[in-house]
Design a protein around this ligand. Structure first.
Ligand code: AMP
Ligand code: MG
Ligand code: MG
Length: 258
């Protein structure tokens, strides 16, 4: 059994958004968030010295989100995510979903009613994209400032799994002559491959369903903790990042996507 690491965080919020997309448009597209699923993880065995290794999912938050710039989902987006037009049509818009999610954070004593931090928590995502790109774009289009609590501490789990794999490879395999140890490029290190790399059972549920992605990312985080890995923030975001299609006051410059 692995050692117990001293763990700086008390709680983890695993988040995997789904967003509108069109085939071949790439990741600079003005994606609008259509699913906001979160798993809350807490330690069951943290000592007063901060050592712990057992994480448990204690609650989930999930809402679909209604897009407003392009309310109609492409057939590509529906096929990718499984999300239906009816589900997003019936859903609240992004600012309302953020309000409900904020209540969830208050209920769990992560922030107080004024939005101040009252517990040490870290968001966890698969790659750096969810908050850095999708949330920043969505806040621009919704004409709101990004809530501070979304920007404080973020862990890119894919990167951590890669580092964990490197540490194992380095200790068990002879490096190639040039000293390089190979692992899948970051873009192709799917959740399925990450689960396999950690010796876990295959993906459970439907890939690219936000809630199922979130639950499977949670399995990775639980396993990294069990193996004694110190779980820390490893990425940051720029709330004022701009994309070429961004016009004035939340407008998408239509000439980019007509
Ligand atoms: P994922 O968490 O991998 O399911 O992806 C999150 C979001 O990224 C999706 O809801 C899409 O908006 C976008 N996305 C993922 N894969 C693709 C793709 N192959 N082409 C276009 N957009 C994609
Ligand atoms: Mg994702
Ligand atoms: Mg997903």
């Amino acid at each position: 059994m692995g050692k117990r690491a001293k763990q700086p965080y008390d709680a983890f919020l695993v988040l995997d958004v789904e967003a509108t997309c069109i085939q071949g448009a790439g990741f600079d597209y003005p994606n609008e968030i259509i699913e906001w699923p979160v798993c809350l993880l807490r330690w069951t065995d943290k000592t007063n010295k901060g050592k712990a290794r057992t994480l448990e999912v204690v609650d989930e938050f999930r809402s679909f989100v209604r897009p407003t710039w392009r309310p109609q989902l492409s057939s590509f987006c529906h096929a990718l995510t499984g999300i239906t037009q009816e589900q997003v049509d019936a859903a609240p818009t992004f600012p309302d979903v953020l309000q409900s999610f904020r209540k969830f954070l208050e209920k769990h004593k992560l922030i107080d009613a004024t939005g101040q931090r009252i517990s040490h928590f870290c968001f966890c995502t698969d790659g750096p994209y969810d908050i850095r790109d999708f949330v920043v774009k969505q806040c621009f289009m919704s004409r709101i400032t990004i809530p501070p609590w979304l920007t404080w501490d973020i862990m890119d789990v894919r990167r951590v799994v890669g580092e964990w794999q490197d540490s194992v490879t380095a200790s068990t395999a002879a490096p190639r002559p040039n000293g390089v140890i190979s692992r899948p490029r970051r873009m192709t290190f799917s959740l399925q491959r990450q689960l396999h790399a950690l010796g876990l059972a295959p993906f459970e549920g439907r890939q690219h369903s936000g809630i199922d992605d979130t639950r499977n990312i949670s399995r990775l985080v639980v396993e990294l903790a069990r193996r004694g890995w110190k779980l820390e923030s490893n990425t940051s975001i720029s709330p004022n990042r701009r994309w070429p299609w961004m016009g004035k006051r939340g407008k998408v410059l239509e000439e980019y996507y007509s």
